[in-house]
Design a binder for this molecule. Structure first.
Ligand code: CA
Length: 208
């Protein structure tokens, strides 16, 4: 296990070198938690978006290229970092999530991680949307390894205090030693730019 941990740590350093200053130093300097041998580690850092700036209220707008949410880069902007506030916007996991529409903006986030060429990986994440903006459905695209998959979430029955998070899954096969996973809105330009699809609890694990 020590060797595996050391390899994972080395991988993070490699990612940091690729990203340059885009990856916070604290991420590069810390090895991921190493669990039991039969547990598959989540390759994503801060997949629940809990580690980030403190703020008051329910949302914090973040522009393209922002790196305040540890491990992630805002790939398109703006987005809003959400936090549960007075019972509104409960997260899928923890207290925070992302609205891929900012204030305003049509946005996305990305994170690189170390992969093995030819290895299959399973992505899972929580998805919901912003109730009260007239949406029947919301859509998110996931991109990795040159592939793209669009996910849709039905807004029926979702309210600000009960977002009814849905778990979505996807698989891709790595084509490089570092893979970048991106989530971004695919809502039409006519959608409300202040509120869109929500994402939380992102995990990537290797598939046997
Ligand atoms: Ca969360």
């Amino acid at each position: 296990m020590r060797k595996k941990c050391a390899q994972a740590a080395a991988g993070l350093v490699a990612v940091a070198l690729v990203l340059g200053s885009a990856l916070p130093h604290s991420v590069a300097s810390k090895a991921p938690a190493c669990g039991r041998r039969d547990e598959k580690p989540n390759l994503i850092v801060n997949g629940s978006f809990e580690a980030g700036p403190e703020f008051e209220g329910s949302y914090l707008p973040l522009d393209e290229d922002a790196v305040e949410v540890r491990g992630w880069v805002v790939s398109r902007g703006q987005i809003d970092l959400l936090q549960e506030n007075d019972g509104k916007y409960p997260a899928a996991h923890g207290k925070r999530s992302l609205d891929l529409h900012g204030s305003p903006g049509f946005g996305g986030v990305k994170q690189p991680f170390v992969t093995k060429v030819g290895q299959k990986y399973k992505v899972s994440f929580g998805m919901s949307g912003s109730p009260g903006f007239g949406y029947e459905t919301v859509q998110i695209a996931a991109r990795a390894a040159g592939k793209k998959e669009v996910f849709e979430c039905d807004m029926t029955g979702k309210t600000l205090d009960d977002l009814k998070w849905e778990t979505k899954t996807w698989e891709f096969t790595a084509v490089a030693t570092i893979t970048v996973l991106e989530f971004h809105t695919t809502m039409a330009a006519t959608a409300n730019p202040f509120a869109g699809p929500l994402v939380d609890d992102v995990k990537v694990v290797a598939v046997d």
